[in-house]
Every structure is written in structure tokens, then in C-alpha cells.
Design a protein around this ligand. Structure first.
Ligand code: FAD
Length: 442
């Protein structure tokens, strides 16, 4: 197709110079990961992102400007690939899963230690790039886990934090009450605080990453059609308006739309569920429910979690249980009355001062959930030059920088950490009759 959105050469050169400078001043920590302090962000981000010299610049089309597609495109641009990032509605649109106002970033992941390591690395990358972009994307509120018991999940999480030297503080129920008098710790036997964790301004971040891609590649608003596999390599991707995008490599990071695009191999792998999110308004002039007065909190026993009131939104409360099946294009985004009632009951118990707080906003988002909550990062089963990235399962946003980095390197054949086998398309499937499974994203 003709190329109306190609950036002018000067812009692209200037961008690459800036990226190169950002990278060259930095030291070295190789990918795969090793334990490091989040303060090592500059050092870490530099080595992994150092551009490689390509004689013939590879060209890559990335479909989906959410957390996974956006960061993949960004890392590809840094590697001097010629990148086209395509999104059906544009980065940060409200149907996308990455478009919540906030997303939690924490490293406790039970026995799924790969995500502990990835989240910790991602935290360093978020901090590095928000500084480079001069945009506050990460809020270091801390993440407080409120635990009813020291079960296997909690024990594994703490062991993983310790082995990667990720700081946390253990708090008795009484210490939780003393430190955060706005929280009633009834039913909490102890807590632990991930002191360097917090939350991300997700929608802003999604748009900021796409803007960074646009400074070195091109970003299009267009709907891609699923390729009909007939050959070993995909040469061009058809758009709904009849145009085609030719490229050497393709990455399809279409979030909750993936099962619709590839029902033949993803409908049993990823299920899309409706997730209601509630924002309650604190009393006038009361800052106890904002960071730094209140951290993010997570309750593994009830699967409730929340984010401090931020940027004029209320205190965010949600439950991690998978909701009913949901269509991300046509689904009406209206929260259920039962969900409101349950959230209110929970709020009254955990934050008594907000027992009568008004509901000031609701959001309906969707999980693109795999049966075991592992991400999906794999080559297309038929096309050797097409990667599929998704299955965020209610926890993928924070991991965007790390996943994007890994995928970009795989696409360009640069080696580094390969996606683990549990993230393969064929790794695990839902039983036919089941819409979703009661597995937590925590
Ligand atoms: C309520 C809720 C709370 C969550 N909380 C957290 C949290 O606290 N921490 C965390 O880390 N994660 C969290 N998550 C999960 C996280 O938001 C997702 O894992 C992540 O945003 C998924 O990103 P994605 O890029 O796969 O999908 P998306 O953000 O949906 O991006 C996919 C993009 O692909 C585009 N697209 C689809 N099909 C086409 C096509 N044919 N042509 C062109 N473009 C197309 C879409 O327009 C969309 O923009 C939460 C999710 C929800 C719903």
C-alpha cells in the first residue's frame, strides 16, 4: 500500500540518535535476567536495548498497540527495524485491555517465579523509560499483601522475593493497623509490603509508548484481517480497507481479539471474560486513600485488590475472579449491580471510613485468560515469520517492557531468553464446556 504515514527521514534519524545515546551511556546486565536492584534501571535498560547494526534493516508489522504490541514495536524500533504498528482503534482506546487508568506492578507471583523476575526487570525498565520520556508513569506506592494465612502461594512468593533480593517488609496484623489506620485488618493474620512496587498509569503509558514508536516508525489506525495460512511464510497482511502491509516479520498482539482472529487454535487457549472495576469517592479533603498514605493492596484469600485514589479518580476496588464471557468489540460496558453490592460490602469491611462512600465511576474491562494464567508467546503454528503474543490473564500489563524486549529479540533472531514452554500455544487448553477457570492472576 502507499505509505502516507512513513516518518520523514530526519525524524527517524534523530530518534535513533536519541535512542542510541540513551543506550550507550549505560552499563551492562545481559538478558536473561539476574537479580538486581530496581535502582539499576539505567544500567539494565541500556544493555538489553543497545541497538544492533543491521545492514538490511528488517521490516516488521506489529498488530495491536496495547502493552505487548506497543512495547514490542518500541524495542524493535530501538533495534533499528522498520516498524509499522497497527491498531484498529488507536493506542489507549477504551475497549483495549491496556486502557485501565491504573495497573498494579508487583513481584509476588507464588511459584510462577518467571513472572517475579520479569516484573522486577520490567519495573526497572518502566522507571528508566518514564525518566527518558519525562512522563510520570509509575507511582511507587508499595504493594501490601493482606494474608489470611501463610499458605503455599505466600511462602513461594516470599521465597522468590528473597532469592532475587527484592525488598519487602513483613508486618503483623497489629502493625498493618498501626501503619495504615484506614485499613481494618480483620481476618488478616499478617501482611507483607513490596516496598518498591506500586502502580502504573496504564492508559497514559500505552499512549506514551505508541508515541515513542511513532518517532522512529509508523503508527496506523487500521483493522488487520487474520491471515489464512497456506504458505510457510506470510508475505503481506490484509487490512479491512483492502490495503495490504508487506513485511518480513509480523507480530500479532491483539489482546482479547486473538481468539476471534484465530479460533482454530486459540479459542480453547484464551477465554475473554468481563471484569468490573469500581471507584469509590473518599470524603472531601481526605487524603488517607491516596498514595503515599495508602499502598496498593491485594488479598489472596478473597481475590479483592485495589489501587489508591489517583488523578481525581476514586479508590479503585476490583475482584480477580473471572467474570462471564465477554465480546471486546460489541460488549456493553456496564458494571453489574451484584458486582457493585459485593464491592460495597467488601469496602465497608476493609475500609470502614468508606462504608457509605459514593460510587463515582465504574469501568468494564476484560481478561484474556488462559487456563493457568500463563501468557502466550509463540510462533504462529503455520507461519514461521509470525509471532503471537497475548493471554495477559489479568496480570500482563506490568510485564509489557520485558515481554516486548524478549519478543523483539526473538523476531530479529538476536537470541536471549526464549519464551518458556508453558507459554506455547499448545501448552494447555480449556475443557470444551468451560468458559473460564477459577484461577487467580495474582
Ligand atoms: C480489570 C483489569 C485489571 C487488570 N489489572 C492488572 C494489573 O493490576 N497489573 C497488570 O500487570 N495487569 C493487569 N491487567 C491485565 C493487563 O491489563 C493485560 O494483560 C494487558 O493490558 C494486555 O495487553 P495486550 O496488549 O495483550 O491487549 P490490549 O491492550 O487489548 O491490546 C490489543 C490491541 O490489539 C488491537 N487489535 C485487536 N485486533 C486487531 C486487529 N484485527 N487489527 C488491528 N488491531 C487490533 C486492539 O485494538 C487493542 O488495542 C488487568 C486487566 C483487567 C481487565
Amino acid at each position: 500500500m502507499s505509505d502516507p504515514c512513513r516518518p520523514r527521514r530526519g525524524n527517524r534519524r534523530r530518534f535513533l540518535r536519541q535512542m542510541g545515546r540513551a543506550a550507550l551511556g549505560l552499563g551492562s546486565i545481559p538478558f536473561p535476567l539476574r537479580s538486581m536492584a530496581a535502582g539499576d534501571a539505567r544500567e539494565m535498560a541500556g544493555q538489553a536495548n543497545a541497538p544492533v547494526a543491521h545492514k538490511n534493516l528488517p521490516d516488521v508489522v506489529v498488530v495491536g498497540a496495547g502493552a505487548f504490541g506497543g512495547w514490542t514495536a518500541f524495542h524493535l524500533v530501538q533495534h533499528r527495524a522498520r516498524v509499522t504498528l497497527v491498531d484498529a482503534w488507536g493506542a489507549g482506546h477504551l475497549r483495549g485491555t491496556s486502557s485501565g487508568e491504573t495497573r498494579v506492578i508487583r513481584a509476588g507471583y507464588g511459584a510462577k517465579t518467571v513472572y517475579t523476575a520479569w516484573a522486577w526487570r520490567a519495573l526497572a525498565q518502566w522507571k528508566h523509560w518514564e525518566r527518558e520520556w519525562r512522563t510520570e508513569l509509575f507511582v511507587p506506592s508499595g504493594v501490601l499483601w493482606l494474608c489470611a494465612e501463610e499458605d503455599a502461594y505466600v511462602r513461594s512468593s516470599l521465597a522468590a522475593l528473597e532469592s532475587l533480593k527484592i525488598p519487602y517488609e513483613r508486618l503483623s496484623s497489629e502493625e498493618v493497623r498501626r501503619r495504615y489506620p484506614q485499613i481494618s485488618p480483620d481476618g488478616v493474620s499478617f501482611g507483607y509490603l513490596e516496598t518498591q512496587a506500586g502502580f502504573l498509569r496504564a492508559r497514559l503509558a500505552t499512549r506514551t509508548v505508541a508515541d515513542a514508536v511513532a518517532r522512529g516508525g509508523r503508527v496506523l489506525v487500521a483493522a488487520a484481517e487474520p491471515p489464512a495460512a497456506a504458505t510457510a511464510r506470510l508475505e503481506r497482511l490484509r487490512l479491512a480497507d483492502g490495503h495490504e502491509l508487506a513485511a518480513g516479520h509480523f507480530v500479532l498482539a491483539c489482546g482479547p481479539w486473538l481468539p476471534q482472529l484465530f479460533p482454530q487454535f486459540l479459542s480453547q487457549r484464551i477465554r475473554v471474560t468481563k471484569q468490573d472495576v469500581f471507584f469509590f469517592g473518599p470524603p472531601a479533603g481526605d487524603r488517607r486513600f491516596e498514595s503515599p498514605g495508602l499502598p496498593v493492596w491485594i488479598e489472596p484469600a478473597s481475590w479483592f485488590y485495589g489501587v489508591p485514589a489517583t488523578d481525581g479518580h476514586g479508590l479503585k476496588v476490583a475482584n480477580d475472579h473471572s467474570g462471564p464471557p465477554f465480546d471486546p468489540t460489541h460488549g456493553e460496558r456496564i458494571a453489574s449491580p451484584e458486582g457493585v453490592a459485593t464491592a460495597r460490602r467488601y469496602l465497608a469491611q476493609r475500609f470502614p471510613a468508606l462504608a457509605t462512600a459514593p460510587l463515582v465511576e465504574t469501568r468494564v474491562c476484560q481478561y484474556e485468560k488462559t487456563p493457568d494464567s500463563h501468557l502466550v508467546i509463540d510462533r504462529h503454528p503455520h507461519y514461521e515469520n509470525v509471532w503471537i503474543v497475548g493471554g495477559g490473564s489479568g496480570h500482563g500489563f506490568k510485564l509489557g517492557p520485558t515481554v516486548g524486549e524478549l519478543v523483539a529479540r526473538q523476531v530479529l533472531g538476536l537470541g536471549g531468553e526464549a519464551p518458556p514452554p508453558e507459554m506455547r500455544i499448545g501448552a494447555v487448553a480449556y475443557p470444551e464446556s468451560v468458559d473460564s477457570l477459577a484461577t487467580s492472576s495474582f
